[in-house]
Ligand binder design. Structure first.
Ligand code: ZN
Ligand code: ZN
Length: 174
């Protein structure tokens, strides 16, 4: 466990409570999923925040923004959902901050240490979920912005005064 954590710290850039939380949550969810997920099924994740822990999620689970199997919902919650794209079956994992003693949170080093060692059941809850119609990563066509000339994904093109332009150009041009 410690070895994987060090590699993850190198990826993230520093050790922090958020990374430790994301690490414990991701490992707990992956362990849970082993019950009904076969190795060849592609895993998909939804994160409900964009904080440090998402780097742990990406590093441990292999669900990444680049691959298109990580989705961001800006809910500001310390929660992730992992599911199989094939079956839609998965698990939502939530970190219960209220269960962490206040005194521990005030000392950063002690807090990280606590998060890495505490029994998962004390701070993490898991709930089996069923995701309807899993979204597929789509291959999009590119369109050239009529203002800056750069290629843009067709879904991100804006029509303004009869011209097809990119979002940054549309914000400048008004
Ligand atoms: Zn961090
Ligand atoms: Zn443009």
């Amino acid at each position: 466990m410690a070895f994987a954590y060090e590699q993850m710290v190198a990826f993230h850039g520093h050790s922090c409570p958020g990374l430790a939380m994301g690490y414990r949550m991701t490992v707990a969810a992956m362990d849970y999923l082993k019950q009904f997920r076969s190795a060849d099924e592609e895993l998909v994740a939804i994160t409900e925040n964009n904080a440090c822990g998402v780097d742990a999620l990406q590093f441990i689970s292999g669900c990444t923004f680049g691959k298109g199997n990580l989705f961001f919902k800006d809910f500001g919650k310390q929660a992730y959902t992992f599911y199989s794209r094939k079956t839609g079956k998965g698990v939502r994992v939530v970190l219960n901050r209220a269960a962490i003693p206040a005194a521990i949170k005030s000392d950063r080093t002690a807090f990280i240490d606590y998060l890495l060692k505490v029994d998962a059941n004390e701070i993490i809850s898991l709930e089996e979920v069923m995701i309807e119609a899993p979204e597929k990563a789509q291959i999009r066509t590119s369109v050239v912005c009529e203002s800056c000339g750069e290629e843009v994904m067709d879904t991100r093109i804006v029509e303004q005064h009869g011209r097809k332009i990119c979002i940054p150009c549309s914000e400048k041009a008004i």
